[in-house]
Design a protein around this ligand. Structure first.
Ligand SMILES: [Zn+2]
Length: 113
């Protein structure tokens, strides 16, 4: 499962940050995932539980923020929120491959003690 390796990497990065900050435990870990990233929130939460065992983040609360998809239409020169997987522009109906937002997968913040 894709999400497990993603979370394992995220927790490694978080631990590095926590150590750099002089912390010993990660209390809260917040991530941002884009709607269009293909990452499933529930799978990520499950993976978090699994990969944090024995790490500084064991028992931490895990907070997922979902970033909505935003596309750009080159005809209308406008950004829009797609309503289907085909990402068609609501104004002119053309399909957009230009995703401006929604592909995120990043650590948003950490609380360390
Ligand atoms: Zn358009």
């Amino acid at each position: 499962m894709h999400e497990v390796s993603l979370m394992a990497t995220a927790v490694e990065v978080a631990e590095q940050h926590a150590r750099d900050a002089g912390g010993t435990r990660i209390r809260v870990l917040r991530v941002r995932i884009g709607e269009a990233s293909g990452v499933v929130r529930e799978a990520l939460e499950f993976a978090f539980e699994a990969v944090t065992v024995g790490t500084m983040a064991e028992g931490a609360s895990f907070d997922v923020q979902v970033v909505p998809t935003l596309c750009y239409c080159s005809n209308c020169k406008e950004e829009f929120t797609p309503t289907s997987v085909f990402r068609e522009c609501p104004t002119c109906g053309s399909f957009s491959a230009d995703i401006r937002q929604g592909m995120e997968l990043e650590l948003a913040s950490l609380e360390v003690t």
